[in-house]
Design a protein around this ligand. Structure first.
Ligand SMILES: NC(=O)c1ccc[n+]([C@@H]2O[C@H](COP(=O)([O-])OP(=O)(O)OC[C@H]3O[C@@H](n4cnc5c(N)ncnc54)[C@H](OP(=O)(O)O)[C@@H]3O)[C@@H](O)[C@H]2O)c1
Length: 251
């Protein structure tokens, strides 16, 4: 747990995809720092549990559905009045080699990770307070040539471009826009549909690949998110921070 800095006391923090993994870890840290939170996610059970734990507004909303994102922002405007920190974290994964990529597979990933993320940011902008901060979860996949990762990597690379241009357009409002790009992190994203043996196999394979010798934890990624969102990072704008145990720079 990070120490209480007081930097987020009564700040309105919205986490899109805040009911699991990295988003939930960030919700816990922001809550510990005194933030007022709104969380979104698709799974009503985990969302309501996360909202209760973090004393947050919980909104069931699919980021792949643009109208749903606009509706969620209207609810957030009503409840919180404005947004100081927007953490755009929701994302889905999926592997398929180039010949096997169908339009449905491609769209399923892009509708959430790129199109959905962009329109959610667009819907949030009128609520963002000047001087606030946007943090977007990217992925080191956007700069790594991992076979089978083409749809996901292309979506996250597109999101990197979105972050740059949104950040440039928001300069007059002093809203900083940065990305955190995790390396392999131990969350549900790589476990869905896999057996215990398969999960252990992937974990052990990834631990051998990551220069630091293990996967990251949700908490390690979340701490970087809080840093970029905070006044400690007041001169950091437009970066893509790799939180990856050295995968991009040391392999
Ligand atoms: N774990 C890694 O190794 C890794 C590496 C690089 C980047 N990332 C990125 O990190 C972010 C968080 O992933 P994670 O690892 O924490 O995985 P996770 O445990 O599966 O969490 C994903 C989060 O996104 C939400 N979400 C997914 N699709 C959504 C949608 N259509 N609408 C609203 N919410 C949605 C999920 O909510 P529901 O459960 O309700 O769907 C959940 O809160 C993603 O953007 C992912 O691409 C992860």
């Amino acid at each position: 747990m990070v120490s209480i800095s007081g930097q987020f006391v009564d700040r309105c923090v919205v986490i899109l995809g805040g009911n699991a993994g990295i988003g939930l870890a960030a919700a816990r840290l922001f809550r510990a720092e005194g933030a007022k939170l709104a969380l979104t996610g698709r799974n009503a059970d985990t969302l309501h549990a996360a909202a209760a734990e973090c004393d947050a507004l919980g909104i069931v909303s699919d980021m792949g559905n643009v109208e749903a994102s606009r509706g969620a922002m209207a609810e957030i405007a009503e409840a919180l009045g404005g947004i100081d920190v927007l953490f755009v974290n929701a994302g889905v994964g999926g592997f398929a080699p180039v010949p096997d990529v169908t339009e449905e597979f491609w769209d399923g990933i892009h509708d959430v990770n790129l199109r959905g993320a962009f329109f959610a940011i667009q819907a949030a902008l009128p609520l963002m307070r000047d001087g606030g901060s946007i943090v977007i979860t990217g992925s080191i996949g956007s700069v790594s040539a991992v076979p089978g990762n083409i749809a996901y990597a292309a979506a996250k690379a597109g999101l990197r471009a979105v972050a740059r241009i949104v950040g440039k357009e928001l300069l007059p409002r002093r809203i900083r826009v940065n990305m955190v790009s995790p390396g392999p992190t131990d969350t549900e994203i790589f476990k869905r549909g896999a057996s215990a043996a398969e999960i252990e196999g992937v974990r052990s394979m990834l631990s051998g690949v990551v220069p630091i010798g293990r996967m990251g934890t949700s908490d390690e990624i979340a701490r970087a998110v809080l840093f970029l969102a905070s006044a400690e990072a007041s001169f950091i704008n437009g970066v893509d921070l790799y939180v990856d145990g050295g995968c991009v720079e040391l392999l």
